[in-house]
Design a protein around this ligand. Structure first.
Ligand SMILES: Nc1ncnc2c1ncn2[C@@H]1O[C@H](COP(=O)(O)OP(=O)(O)OP(=O)(O)O)[C@@H](O)[C@H]1O
Ligand SMILES: Cc1cn([C@H]2C[C@H](O)[C@@H](COP(=O)(O)O)O2)c(=O)[nH]c1=O
Length: 198
């Protein structure tokens, strides 16, 4: 089973993901951008304010393809629970903003690029914070961590949740870290117990 954590920069995904290691010690923990050389290329692009948006989409997408073949599919074949800090929805939400004006209907375009070969998550936990909180918590250190940009990303995540309400679980991440972690842990326990209820 594949569970993904999504949300704006600063929503607390990494904080939760780290605690989940103790709660679900048999799971495979992974993230995008990955730690591979593909992920290093992505991180170079994140730090480049002048990076070409279409080139950046395909760097992220190449990293996702390698992530699937090297980590996700082998772990799922072994029957493992896989928990990923960011996954394909990050592309659908973030690069759809970055590609606005470059291609028509950018979110549909990006989903279309992934659809023939990706492996959709079984459940996606969305950590919900407002863009100002996300930007402030993240430190607003790169081009994505800006409240104006994150407001558009938030709208895209809301579109994705509206389109697939059965896959997403929205958690109020403006609460204390302990309260957020409790909600995420109980969501994962429920999804493991009742996989078809998602
Ligand atoms: N529920 C919370 N309340 C207040 N602060 C929090 C909460 N969760 C995390 N933080 C703090 O917010 C900052 C960002 O958290 P974290 O790195 O987990 O977010 P993230 O979603 O992984 O961000 P990014 O996508 O930018 O990597 C950290 O300083 C963390 O300690
Ligand atoms: C996977 C992915 C990420 N991003 C953005 C979101 C963040 O600003 C950075 C790096 O992610 P992190 O969780 O802060 O380490 O990249 C993106 O725009 N598109 C993606 O597919």
């Amino acid at each position: 089973m594949l569970i993904t954590l999504e949300g704006l920069d600063g929503s607390g995904k990494t904080t939760v993901w780290e605690v989940l290691h103790e709660e679900f010690s048999d799971a495979v923990f992974t993230r995008e951008p990955t730690n591979s050389w593909y992920g290093e290329a992505v991180n170079r692009s994140i730090d480049d304010d002048d990076a070409d948006s279409i080139a950046e989409l395909f760097l992220y997408t190449a990293d996702h393809a390698a992530h699937l073949s090297n980590t996700i599919r082998p772990a799922l074949s072994d029957g493992k629970l896989v928990i990923s800090d960011r996954y394909s929805d990050s592309r659908y939400a973030y690069q759809a903003v970055a590609l606005d004006g470059h291609v028509t209907r950018p979110m549909e375009y990006i989903i279309g690029v992934h659809k023939p070969w990706t492996r959709p998550p079984d459940c996606t936990i969305y950590l919900d914070v407002d863009p100002e909180t996300g930007a402030a918590r993240s430190g607003a250190t790169n081009k994505f961590e800006q409240a104006g940009f994150l407001a558009q990303v938030q709208s895209n995540y809301e579109r994705l949740m509206d389109a697939e309400p059965g896959r997403f679980v929205c958690v109020d991440a403006t609460r204390s870290p302990e309260a957020v972690i409790d909600s995420v842990v109980s969501t994962i326990e429920r999804v493991i117990d009742e996989p078809n209820e998602q």
